[in-house]
Design a protein around this ligand. Structure first.
Ligand code: NAP
Length: 290
């Protein structure tokens, strides 16, 4: 069994991005700038956004953090999105999800200019992905594919089972995995799927993205399968200073001895998600009109 080291791989990709930024700046171009909008004080969101801002510094991007309290109105947030859409200094921006319940997330996503939508959540970018056109691919699926490629996990003709069909992970990943060049045979599972255990048992690659800690157990895994664990659920722990730890969707201790490759949680898919956001921001910076 080989442990897939997302931290190491993301550090390598970030170094590649930093080198490109240096070249851009040396050629007289402005370094890309990412803006992040954070609403409220959700612990998870605070951590993710802090990591994103720190990663911008590491690769040489500019960054801007725009914070609002929970009681911001949808209208005010839409106004901010509009300002960012029209701000020539900003190459790409994200609105950190989830948003408070009184704000319609889809409406906010659809208000973002697709050319600055470095999260790749806008329907235009999702549609381009489906059509196989060049686009901003959402960060987590892109990071998973990078891991699979860099670890040279065989995909052509292989059966890839994805558990979860969300618009940010499972669905776009299923499209990427079945694209020409990757060529996996993909099964997408969800909460209404019957015989999930049997389906998983026939998989060469399992991607668990459902948000249920320890859901994928050893009896669901074929010997030699590659396991990608996307799940990150915060659970109480008496072993950490914060009193919380992140748990993946895979029963790691019992599954690891069976498989060919496995991602840990934390340190697997998570770091890749952030470096994929950096890749998209670099792309946005390169596509800048002026
Ligand atoms: P989501 O929007 O809640 O979607 C979960 C999906 O799992 C849904 O399609 C749901 O089916 C399916 N599902 C739920 N229970 C199931 C069950 N018992 N059997 C089969 N399928 C089931 O979640 P998400 O945003 O995709 O995130 C999934 C997990 O990945 C979460 O733990 C999240 O924190 C994590 N995540 C991690 C990263 C990272 O960077 N590491 C990034 C994004 C998300 P239905 O569609 O039928 O409801």
């Amino acid at each position: 069994m080989q442990l897939i080291d997302g931290k190491k791989t993301s550090a390598e990709i970030k170094q590649e991005i930093a080198d490109e930024v240096k070249n851009m700046v040396a050629a007289g171009k402005k370094a890309p700038l990412l803006a992040a909008v954070l609403v409220g004080h959700d612990g998870g969101s605070e951590t993710y956004v802090a990591h994103k801002v720190k990663s911008c510094e590491e690769v040489g991007f500019g960054s801007r953090l725009i914070r609002f309290e929970d009681d911001i109105t949808e209208e005010q947030l839409l106004k901010t999105v509009d300002e960012l859409n029209n701000d020539p200094e900003v190459d790409g921006f994200i609105v950190q999800l989830p948003l408070p319940k009184h704000i319609n997330e889809q409406k906010i996503i659809e208000a973002i200019n697709p050319e600055k939508d470095v999260d790749g959540f806008h329907p235009t970018n999702l549609g381009k992905l489906v059509a196989g056109l060049d686009t901003f691919v959402s960060a987590t699926p892109m990071g998973i594919v990078d891991l699979i490629k860099r670890y040279k996990i065989e995909t052509a003709g292989k059966h890839c089972v994805i558990i979860g069909r969300s618009n940010i992970v499972g669905r776009p990943l299923s499209i990427l995995m079945s694209q020409k060049g990757i060529d996996a045979t993909v099964t997408v599972c969800h909460s209404r799927t019957e015989n999930l255990k049997e389906i998983c048992k026939s998989a060469d690659i399992i991607v668990a993205a459902l948000g249920r800690p320890g859901f994928v157990t050893a009896d669901m895994v074929k010997e030699g399968a590659a396991i990608i664990d996307v799940g990150t659920t915060r659970v109480k722990s008496d072993q950490t200073k914060s009193g919380w730890k992140l748990k993946g969707d895979v029963d790691f201790d019992n599954v690891a001895p069976l498989c060919s490759y496995i991602t840990p949680v934390p340190g697997g898919v998570g770091p890749m998600t952030i470096c994929s956001l950096m890749k998209n921001t670099l792309k946005a910076g390169k596509q800048r009109k002026k």
